[in-house]
Design a protein around this ligand. Structure first.
Ligand SMILES: Cc1cc2nc3c(=O)[nH]c(=O)nc-3n(C[C@H](O)[C@H](O)[C@H](O)COP(=O)(O)O)c2cc1C
Ligand code: SF4
Ligand code: SF4
Length: 253
């Protein structure tokens, strides 16, 4: 069983690609919390976790999920973690290992197009496709290792470990929903509320309202709004948007 979390589709793409190659099944962690899936499934031979790197660590929901005793009791004989990132995973693997309470058999990261529109203009077009094609071959390599039951741990460098120590605490304050807003470009489609993995958005009189103080900060609402109507303060106004479906890769809604 492969559990994944994904805001803009990279990690879902990675999880599904590995699952196709290893013959596993994928479950969206957010679907468990949204009540779409009643509970985590039974014990399987292989348990995988695929998720994006946030601030040199993992999304809050992933941390909550893997620290849950129920999941710890259902880990298979072979456990792997694949982290998708924009280029610098820092020491996210170590943070994940600590949260899980044991070292995975495979713990590795793969560069995918960067979606963090709040920090900089995200990857788009040909550049993003080129990054994806490189990711494809790396993911196939991970699948081979998983099928062979290999132990493979990517170790962070000392500067990456130091960066994670300072960066990961910044995730918490940035998870505020205070600065999200929908502009007049909103076409009232309700998509942002439907896709939010944290159920943090509710449609009120045809417009999105952020109903939680904090969310996963996954950028799905900003990046996937079909009208590009969602902004994080003013910082995202002149930036493009990224999601893997827009590139014609991965599944569409
Ligand atoms: C809140 C946030 C923090 C991020 N922090 C990092 C980071 O520390 N290092 C990195 O390489 N990429 C970082 N990224 C980029 C994502 O990890 C990367 O684009 C990932 O593949 C997105 O996965 P998804 O499409 O499954 O949501 C960050 C993205 C977000 C939204
Ligand atoms: S996804 Fe965009 S257009 Fe659709 S309701 Fe949300 S803000 Fe409006
Ligand atoms: S509100 Fe937007 S950024 Fe926050 S979890 Fe939901 S979709 Fe992601």
């Amino acid at each position: 069983m492969i559990y994944y979390f994904s805001g803009t589709g990279n990690s879902r793409y990675a999880a599904e690609k590995i699952a196709r190659q290893t013959g596993d099944r994928c479950v969206d962690i957010a679907d468990i919390y949204r009540g779409k899936i009643k509970s985590v499934v039974g014990k399987t031979e292989v348990t995988g976790f695929v998720f994006p790197v946030y601030y040199g660590g993992m999304p809050e929901m992933v941390k909550r999920f893997v620290t849950n005793p129920e999941i710890k009791n259902k880990l298979g004989k072979y456990v792997f973690a694949v982290m998708t990132c924009g280029g610098n995973p820092q020491a996210a693997g170590l943070k994940f290992t600590r949260a899980l309470g044991r070292e995975p058999d495979l713990c590795a990261s793969v560069r995918m197009p960067d979606n963090y529109v709040i920090a900089y203009a995200p990857a788009t077009g040909k550049e993003a496709i080129a990054v994806l094609r490189k990711a494809d071959s790396k993911l196939s390599g991970f699948s081979d290792r998983i099928l062979n039951g290999e132990t493979y741990i990517m170790q962070p460098s000392v500067p990456q470990k130091i960066a994670s120590v300072f960066m990961y605490p910044l995730y918490e304050p940035f998870r505020t929903t205070m600065f999200y807003k929908a502009t007049d470009k909103c076409v009232h489609c309700g998509m942002c509320a439907a896709i939010c993995p944290d159920s943090a958005i509710k449609m009120v009189k045809g417009r999105p309202k952020w109903i939680k103080n904090k969310c996963q900060h996954c950028t799905a609402c900003i990046n996937r709004c079909p009208a590009e109507a969602i902004q994080f303060g003013r910082i995202t106004e002149n930036r493009g948007r990224y999601n893997i479906m827009k590139l014609g890769q991965g599944d569409t809604e």
